[in-house]
Design a protein around this ligand. Structure first.
Ligand SMILES: Cc1ncc(COP(=O)(O)O)c(C=O)c1O
Length: 419
């Protein structure tokens, strides 16, 4: 009949863009969900512990901001971030990382993850090559996959990214006419492995990337959270040719709930990042920015860092001791000098898959971890797992690791070849 149309159930599958057809990767969401289940000791999410937050001080700062600058705090702000926060961060980059930068080179982002996303928007076309450490941060791998980058993985050892292998790979790629868009690295207290790139490799890495004309993206999410050993220089501090991009975040030193990070990039790139941020979220939260700035100025961030280091040191020690006692013979793990994580490699056994076992560990043993496979682009890591020691209470760690150790021992016995 004219003017009448048959209503139909919407078919979404045909509408999804090709990159979102099929199963969406929901690993991060799954980690968040597992971490929040009642009664579960979570070694999964890379969260700061609740007692790291300086709630009374942050509340006082927030109240004062709302009282004195309420209209600004509730309003949109400039896309690049408030000038005062960019100035503060330029100074902090010098004080904390020995990096000389101008406020115009600092772009405020909605978390470091947005910084990565903006970089991909500006630099990556489908099929472009991006180089990562293997293993690497799951959120970064998922971001690169979203932009349909081809990921080249470079193995790590106990001293971080294997720069000699990177040199070989860069030479190989060059022979094939491929110039990677960037090398993504977390040189200090890496997520997930907990390793730190040693001093000699740092300079080599910066020089190598520069020689090939490939930018280095330095993700410094955990860099200020050292609890043992000597400090290393930021890659950005070694950069003489403008090829290093620095990603910072307030998530691990103040609050992930503020959703605030920053990118330090050469001016030409910073301007492009600001242009794409304009249509992404227009600006990061004004209230968050004012709170972070005030917490920085008043030393709240530095006090939180000092206190977090003490707590992390205790927690890491508790985890190392428990792994030693309870994990299956032949397991290996990283002894971190800072950050939130250690990385465990179980004895390789046919059929052992930490990814498949995760749900069972949560249901039967009430312990959550993140399986190794989540941290590789090409499916390795079935006998590996990441353990976060930051989030659980120190007292919970030993019991949780005991249950997890028993769980894996049982699984390994099941998978042992019959004699
Ligand atoms: C290495 C690394 N980079 C970036 C992020 C994202 O941080 P943000 O909360 O600032 O988006 C994380 C969070 O876990 C991380 O581990």
């Amino acid at each position: 009949m004219e003017g009448r149309h048959q209503a139909r159930i919407m078919n979404w599958d045909d509408l999804f863009s090709p990159k979102w057809r099929g199963e969406a990767n929901t690993d991060i969401a799954e980690v968040m969900r597992l971490s929040e289940m009642e009664g579960v000791t979570s070694f999964a999410g890379g969260f700061p512990a609740a007692d790291m937050f300086r709630l009374p001080e942050v509340r006082e700062v927030t109240d004062r901001i709302l009282a004195e600058k309420g209209a600004q705090a509730l309003q949109y702000g400039p896309t690049a971030g408030f000038a005062a926060l960019r100035e503060y961060l330029a100074q902090r980059m010098l004080d904390r990382f020995g990096v000389k930068t101008a406020p115009e080179e600092v772009v405020i982002t909605t978390g470091a993850l947005q910084g990565l996303d903006l970089l991909c928007r500006v630099l990556v076309e489908p099929g472009d090559t991006v180089i990562t450490e293997a293993p690497s941060y799951m959120g970064a791998l998922q971001t690169f996959a979203t932009y349909r980058a081809h990921i080249e993985e470079i193995p790590m050892d106990e001293a971080g990214l294997q720069v000699d292998l990177l040199a070989e790979r860069l030479a190989e790629l060059k022979k094939r006419g491929i110039r990677p868009k960037f090398i993504y690295t977390i040189p200090t207290f890496q997520n997930p492995s907990g390793t730190t790139l040693n001093a000699s490799r740092r300079q080599l890495l910066v020089d190598l990337a520069s020689a090939y004309g490939v930018p280095l993206v330095e993700d410094a999410a955990y860099a200020e959270l050292r609890f043992a050993g000597e400090g290393e220089q930021a890659l950005k501090a070694l950069d003489r040719t403008g090829g290093v991009i620095f990603l910072g975040t307030f998530s691990k030193i103040l609050s992930p709930g503020l959703r605030l990070g920053w990118v330090v990039a050469p001016r030409a790139l910073a301007e492009k990042l600001i242009a794409v941020k304009q249509t992404n979220d227009q600006c990061s939260g004004s209230l968050s920015q004012l709170v972070a700035l005030e917490c920085g100025r008043r030393g709240i961030i530095d006090r939180q860092i000092e206190n977090s280091r003490v707590l992390l040191k205790d927690k890491a020690a508790a985890m190392m001791a428990a792994l030693e006692r309870h994990f299956p013979a032949g397991s290996r793990w990283v002894e971190p000098q800072g950050g939130f994580f250690t990385w465990v490699t179980l004895p390789a056994a046919a059929g052992l898959d930490t990814s498949r076992l995760l749900k069972q560990a949560v249901v039967e043993e009430k312990v959550a971890y993140v399986s190794g496979r989540s941290f590789y682009a090409h499916g390795q890591g079935s006998n590996q797992l990441r353990l976060c020691f930051s989030y659980p209470q120190t007292a919970e760690i030993a019991a949780g690791i005991e249950r997890l150790g028993r769980f894996f021992r049982t699984q390994l016995e099941k998978n042992a070849p019959a004699r």
